[in-house]
Design a protein around this ligand. Sequence first.
Ligand code: HEC
Length: 113
Amino acid sequence: MTMKHITFAGLVALLLNSATFSADAKQTENLTKARQAQLMHLLKQDCGSCHGMTLKGGLGPALLPENLEGKPALFLTNTIMYGRPGTAMPPWKEILTEQEAKWITKQLVKGVK
Ligand code: HEC
């Protein structure tokens, strides 16, 4: 493979990535019901281990709608994807896609039952 090809592939990846970034709400509708159930399980078990089983807070802060009010969705999604360096909040980008982190953000802002 020549350098030119690598650069082109990189550019395509970048474009696809920014497309994921800008296409918002609609994209989260594309997750299958099965994946949504998995994410909900992850949210309650893994996120819940720090944020509390009912997300009312623990080691991590409460993630209830009233706590997240006024915080931009992108800021919250980025916190989920990349974590907060210097705090216990770990990055989840190895197991979640941008779309999935957005979906989780949406559930949190809406309120998880
Ligand atoms: C090991 C503990 C831990 C785990 C596991 C964890 N978090 Fe966190 N999280 C934290 C801490 C601590 C903070 C606060 C960071 C700070 O001080 O800014 C935080 C912050 C956040 C915030 C920002 C809240 C705000 O008000 O700005 C969101 C959103 C969040 N976490 C979502 C999640 C989600 C979703 C998961 C699971 C995929 C998760 N967290 C798993 C510890 C954790």
